[in-house]
Design a protein around this ligand. Structure first.
Ligand code: FE2
Ligand code: FE2
Length: 452
């Protein structure tokens, strides 16, 4: 592979066609405008790149674990890819990992995915992607490869009880890239151990390339935001909408198979892991209306999903390493609590609502709330309502709830509304207390700084 003739395209990607371009010199996530959605495409992309330069996105760390780490990245045409990783930034003695499991290694025209396994807990690693276009795949016997494209070297640290106790949460970004840029700039600055993307990343997703743009290659200045910060994803109600969205694991890696028992295989993004003194637990609240709602055309099966998660949740809190964590923090998209005196309270997602929108989930609250109480959970972090809120513990509920803001920048229904701003929720442990800080990334201020 050649490394000296790097060409950074106007979109900020590394292009390679008849002429190789490699990223090692310039980095793979330079400041740029536009996105891969506007990259040139061949008529049938599965026949190869056919002379059209391949563009490769910055790597995105997904589904982080204590001994595993997922890497996904965007490509503009037919390509194969591997990840190299090492215990040093020079990449000396690097191991090479291919995608998929046994048998055939997957290739794709939109996104590539590799899972690193067998890693050490709470350990820093350096890694890079190597992506090679199939310039011609009209016939397997005569298929031709282009030159490999090498990404910059990035790093991550695996989770575990010895890892640094520090998380960030973003939510309800809704493919609105102006507030998204504000949020991910803050995440990069805070440099947490992990970021939880707590749902409603999307709106309605009809095509894979839409999901690739949102999750892997957003048209923002800090498009490399997740190259060095591993991201947990929990779906919001919008992340179940659209004719393509049932295939989102092709873009957002689910949890590693070793974490999922056969009878819980469909709990694809649920997680319960130690991050230093905390246990982080991710749950999926699903859609915001009953399964029988006519809008779902018989496609909704969330009620059994919530019950299965209740069983899973009890089992997770019984694990010694989770039970022994000083603070247990739960992440899910739709709030689990609304003050009975608030206007939100009647809109609970269990009936066909005249507002057609649930502000909290009575069903999830009923199924999971007693388990959270028994386990001594400190904090539940949610989104969905597009308005920051903090609910301190109340009688019968020992856990506090923080609700992150949405994508609206000081407006609501076309009118000025100072209560609308996107947030980054930050959590760390100081002096044995869980400190939760909520950053308003629109007005650049802190709206909550509390010890729990
Ligand atoms: Fe939302
Ligand atoms: Fe939502």
């Amino acid at each position: 592979m050649r490394k000296n003739d790097a060409v950074l395209t106007r979109r900020g990607f590394i292009a390679v066609g008849g002429v190789l371009a490699a990223s090692a010199v310039h980095g793979d996530a330079a400041v740029s405008q536009g996105s891969m959605a506007s990259a040139p495409r061949v008529l049938d992309p599965f026949l190869g790149t056919q002379g059209v330069p391949l563009e490769v996105g910055a790597p995105c760390l997904q589904a982080p674990g204590e001994t595993t780490m997922g890497v996904s990245w965007a490509v503009s045409g037919l390509a194969k890819g591997v990840v190299e990783y090492a215990d040093n930034p020079e990449m000396s003695g690097a191991k090479t990992v291919r995608g998929g499991g046994y048998g055939l290694v997957p290739i794709d025209v939109n996104a590539l995915q590799v899972r690193l396994t067998g890693l050490r807990r709470a350990t820093k690693y350096w890694y890079r992607t190597i992506t090679t276009p199939f310039t011609d795949y009209s016939n397997i016997y005569d298929a031709k490869l282009g030159e490999p494209i090498v990404s910059s070297v990035h790093s991550f640290t695996t989770l575990g009880a010895a890892a640094k106790t520090h998380f960030c949460v973003i939510n309800d970004t809704h493919a609105q890239f102006k507030p998204f840029q504000m949020a991910v700039r803050k995440v990069k600055k805070l440099s947490p151990s992990v970021c939880i993307w707590n749902g409603d990343a999307t709106n309605t997703t009809q095509q894979k390339k839409t999901a690739v743009e949102i999750f892997l290659n957003p048209p923002v200045e800090d498009r490399d935001w997740s190259a060095d910060v591993p991201v947990f994803f929990e779906s919001g109600n919008h992340d179940f909408r659209g004719s393509w969205i049932s295939k989102k694991e092709e873009v957002v890696l689910p949890r590693d198979p070793s974490e999922r028992r056969g009878d819980q295989w469909d709990l694809k993004w649920n997680f319960a892991l130690r991050l230093g003194e905390m246990a982080l637990v991710g749950l999926d609240t699903g859609e915001d209306k009953p399964d029988a709602h006519p809008k779902w055309f018989g496609l909704a099966n969330f009620e059994p999903y919530r019950r299965a998660q209740a069983k899973w949740l009890e089992e997770q809190f019984a694990r010694p390493e989770i039970a022994s964590a000083r603070h247990k923090v739960v992440f899910c998209h739709i709030p689990l609590y609304a003050d009975p005196a608030s206007a939100d309270y009647p809109h609970d997602g269990v009936k066909v609502d005249p507002h057609d929108f649930a502000f909290w989930s009575r069903e999830c609250s009923g199924l999971w709330g007693p388990i959270l109480e028994k386990a001594g959970v400190t904090l539940v972090v949610c989104g969905h309502t597009h308005r920051f809120r903090f609910d301190p513990p109340s009688p019968g509920r020992r856990w506090a709830q923080v609700v992150g803001g949405g994508p609206e920048l000081g407006v609501s229904s076309g009118k000025p509304d100072a209560s609308r701003f996107p947030t980054v929720v930050e959590g760390l442990v100081e002096g044995g207390k869980l400190r939760v800080v909520v950053h308003d990334v629109f007005n650049n201020r802190v709206v909550l700084d509390k010890y729990l």
